[in-house]
Design a protein around this ligand. Structure first.
Ligand SMILES: *Cc1c(COP(=O)(O)O)cnc(C)c1O
Length: 411
């Protein structure tokens, strides 16, 4: 089933994502079975002792490890070029474990301002209770600004961790990973990157000097909006304390979700290719439309960080944002006119999804916070799916035109 180890090691990632598989059982199954078991048996008292002493490796209890979870972790480590990893029940559990496992009271985090909402709550509300302080910076801050935030000053210690998302949600701003890799080499903080939007197919942060790559596997890794999951990968010495934290606090990924996610990784590259070609074509078409005020997509030459996007990503990703003039009335008319996309706050699905961040995912932010993140009333986030591109372009073009007419008639 799994090619001989010496051959697998030189094969391409796409082949490995398909051929990395849990060892076949005596039943000669082709597809990895689902190991729905809470515990594993010991062949002898001595084996139980050795497993607990960690002098031999093996499964003990599914809170610690399970074959389905291990298969998923092995594949993501392979895709990210990481030594080890730990899978969790959700993306947020992965984000939290990556912080709680490595930080202690008195530590300082420097983070990008544009973060997934719950990551922002962990940093400002939860870690703050344990005396872990933070500084926020804009994604596009200069190297000198990042350096100043990372260094100790009279008020705070030097950063113990730098945490960021690139591209950001929903602003699609990029953080220069190579620049932060250089700063890390100089100051020795832990560089922790939420790589959920790019996936390891488009961007491998560890190649730029990042220590950890964390994911909400709920998004593109599943890719079909079915299960929740998360993962953090990195070097052995950083994963060990995160594993200790997870093993004893219990945010484990279920075997069923791991099985689903591992199967999905077989098609991740294929899906990302289509997600990205659809997103680019849709962005280009809407960019030509007279009734769309602005279009933002990392691989459009009009993106302010187009060169950086080309340098650190293989393709532009599957999120496109557009700006429609005419306030919420226009947004409503546009969403009503769309026939194919679903209205949902999720993203990373085979089905195209549209969201108005101002009234949903980012509604609770204060006006100045919205302004800093570029969240305007007419901003539409499009999570471009895998439908035929001709149908998507036709549907978006008609909805843009119809909604523009609705607003014009009312003036
Ligand atoms: C969805 C998301 C998360 C949280 O993941 P869950 O699986 O919902 O817990 C974290 N970061 C980013 C960038 C996300 O999009």
């Amino acid at each position: 089933m799994t090619p001989k180890a010496n051959h697998l090691s030189i094969m391409k990632k796409q082949t490995k994502a398909i051929r990395t598989q849990t060892q076949q059982t005596q039943y000669r199954e082709h597809s990895t079975p689902l190991f729905l078991t809470s515990s594993f048996t010991f062949e002898s008292a001595e084996q139980g002792k050795d497993l607990f002493e960690e002098t031999i490796e093996g499964n003990i209890y599914s809170r610690f490890s399970n074959p389905n979870v291990t298969e998923f972790v092995d594949k993501v480590c392979m895709l990210e070029g990481a030594e080890e990893g730990i899978a969790t029940a959700t993306g947020m559990a992965a984000v939290f474990a990556s912080m709680a496992g490595l930080l202690k009271s008195g530590d300082h985090i420097v983070a990008c301002r544009a973060l997934f909402g719950s990551a922002h709550q962990i940093i400002t509300q939860i870690l703050a209770k344990w005396g872990i302080t933070h500084t926020y910076l804009d994604a596009t801050a200069t190297e000198a600004e990042w350096e100043a935030a990372i260094q100790a000053n009279g008020e705070r210690p030097a950063a113990r961790m730098v945490y960021l998302e690139t591209p950001s949600n929903p602003g699609l701003e990029l953080v220069d990973l190579a620049m932060l890799g250089r700063l890390k080499a100089k100051y020795g903080f832990i560089l922790n990157v939420d790589n959920c939007f790019a996936t390891p197919i488009l961007q491998t942060p560890l190649d730029f000097g990042a220590d950890l790559s964390v994911h909400s596997a709920t998004k593109y890794m599943d890719g079909q909006g079915r299960v929740l999951g998360g993962i953090v990968v990195g070097p052995k010495e950083l994963i060990a304390p995160i594993r200790f934290f997870a093993r004893h606090t219990g945010p484990s990924l279920s075997p069923f979700n791991a099985w689903t996610l591992s199967k999905s990784l077989e098609t991740l590259e294929l899906r990302m290719e289509r997600h990205c070609s659809n997103a680019l074509a849709l962005a280009q078409a809407l960019d030509q439309h007279p009734d769309v005020a602005t279009v933002k997509y990392p691989f459009l030459p009009s993106h302010p960080q187009y060169e950086l996007a080309k340098a650190q990503m293989n393709a532009g990703g599957a999120i496109v944002t557009i700006e429609l003039e005419g306030g919420f009335e226009r947004v409503q008319a546009f969403m009503e006119a769309l026939e194919i996309p679903t209205l949902s706050s999720n993203l990373g699905d085979s089905r195209t999804i549209v969201t108005n961040p101002n009234t949903t995912t980012h509604a609770k932010l204060k006006p100045d916070e919205k302004a800093a993140l570029g969240i305007t009333p007419g901003l539409i986030r499009i999570s471009v799916g895998l439908e035929h591109i001709d149908d998507l372009i036709a549907d978006f073009e008609q909805a843009v035109a119809v909604s523009a007419d609705v607003v014009r008639e009312r003036v």
